[in-house]
Design a protein around this ligand. Structure first.
Ligand code: NAD
Ligand code: GDU
Length: 329
């Protein structure tokens, strides 16, 4: 397969690129590096470009005879999306529409799209399956839902074949320890906990311990980045075999509380972590757990990293090897 990976220099993108390379697919990474890291792209061809650079996008698709696109490029900070919706509607909606239009011009009709559990908002039922009510509680989730709806319209009108993958909490790192999560600013729980272990932060803040859960802290479904990567490859293969467009959840089906994650990190690292209970973070649902039965049944996907200790150990290896992320020193 000849695949264009937008956002391939980012966290989930770089892991997917590595897995595609292992299977000998021709991969072209297209990323403007606003958040990503050139160093995370080890072997594939890299084009530094923006989703809005229509000319370069088109030239890249034509030059490399691209057959399908995996689209990671987006902004994904929930808090920032509420403070600056313009940024999010522009990049995630207009940017993706631009990509869809260029794909159409180039006659490319296969797309795997990064969606999110944030499309659901506050769930009515746990575990959450794909048919659950979709009422995002933040702008970020709304931009992704808008694009899911737009892709459905493009599919009907223009023959686009897409698979939208709604990730729950992406985490972990490749076992080699040379690529991993390096976001600036970092907002995700596991990297923040591990940066605290490395002494780069004084304490980990627990955002609320008065939720209706056993220990009072929020429960999330943590899914390893390589299990996500595998789902993208299965999705591409399905599209190449002529599968219809589809939407799938991607989670482990197990929930872990914030306190459980911190305790597991203490066990994995052997370091006692300083904790600070703070008020709730706005917009955090108490419990988010996925049902991923649909992708298991239809595409044969199975998560390998079902043990949260193993997930955190993989992230710990990356953080220990790269305490400053991709920047050396
Ligand atoms: N990390 C998570 O837990 C999570 C959960 C659900 C969904 N997602 C979605 O998965 C995708 C990847 O997430 P991630 O954590 O790897 O993010 P990331 O920020 O690490 O990667 C995104 C990449 O896209 C690039 N990019 C952004 N805008 C661009 C543009 N206009 N043109 C070209 N490149 C651009 C960035 O430079 C970056 O390398 C995103 O679409 C995100 O919304 C992430
Ligand atoms: O310093 C921190 C950081 C996080 N948390 C808590 O840890 C849990 C996980 O938080 P993350 O920020 O790591 O992840 P989210 O669940 O907020 O967000 C993830 O899931 C969302 C869907 O709900 C989006 O897809 C988003 O992109 C993705 O990162 C939450 O309960 C949060 O309140 C803390 O207690 N302290």
């Amino acid at each position: 397969m000849r695949i264009l990976v937008t956002g391939g220099a980012g966290y989930i993108g770089s892991h997917t690129v590595r897995m595609l390379e292992k299977e000998d697919h021709r991969v072209i990474v297209y990323d403007n590096l606003i958040k990503g890291h050139h160093e995370s792209v080890k072997n594939s061809c890299f084009v530094e470009g923006d989703l809005f650079d229509t000319k370069l996008l088109k030239e890249t698709m034509e030059q490399y005879k691209i057959e399908a696109v995996v689209h990671f490029a987006a902004y994904s900070l929930v808090g920032e999306s509420m403070e600056n919706p313009q940024l999010y509607y522009h990049n995630n909606v207009n940017g993706t529409l631009n990509l869809l239009n260029v794909m159409q011009e180039c006659g490319i009709n296969k797309l795997v799209f990064s969606s999110t559990a944030a499309v659901y908002g506050e769930p009515e039922l746990i575990p959450i399956d794909e048919s659950a009510r979709k009422e995002p509680t933040n702008v970020y989730g709304r931009t992704k839902l808008i694009m899911e709806n737009a892709m459905a319209d493009y599919a009907k009108a223009y023959g686009l074949k897409y698979i939208a993958l709604r990730y729950f909490n992406a985490c972990g790192a490749d076992e080699h320890g040379d690529i991993g999560e390096d976001h600036t600013p970092e907002s995700h729980l596991i990297p923040l906990v591990l940066q605290t272990c490395l002494g780069k932060r004084d304490a980990i803040k627990i955002f609320g311990d008065d939720y209706p859960t056993e220990d009072g802290t929020c429960i999330r479904d943590y899914i390893h980045v390589n299990d996500l990567a595998k789902a993208h490859i299965l999705s591409l293969k399905a599209l190449f075999k002529g599968a219809e467009s589809a939407v799938y959840n991607l989670g482990n089906g197990n929930g872990f509380s914030v306190k459980e994650i911190i305790e597991t990190a203490e066990k994995v690292t052997g370091i006692t972590i300083k904790k600070e209970i703070t008020p709730r973070r706005a917009g955090d649902p108490a419990i988010l757990i996925a049902s991923s039965e649909k992708i298991k049944k239809e595409l044969g996907w199975q998560p390998e990293y079902t043990d949260v200790e193993k997930v955190i150990a993989s992230a710990w290896k990356w953080h220990q090897n790269h305490p400053n992320g991709f920047v050396e020193g």
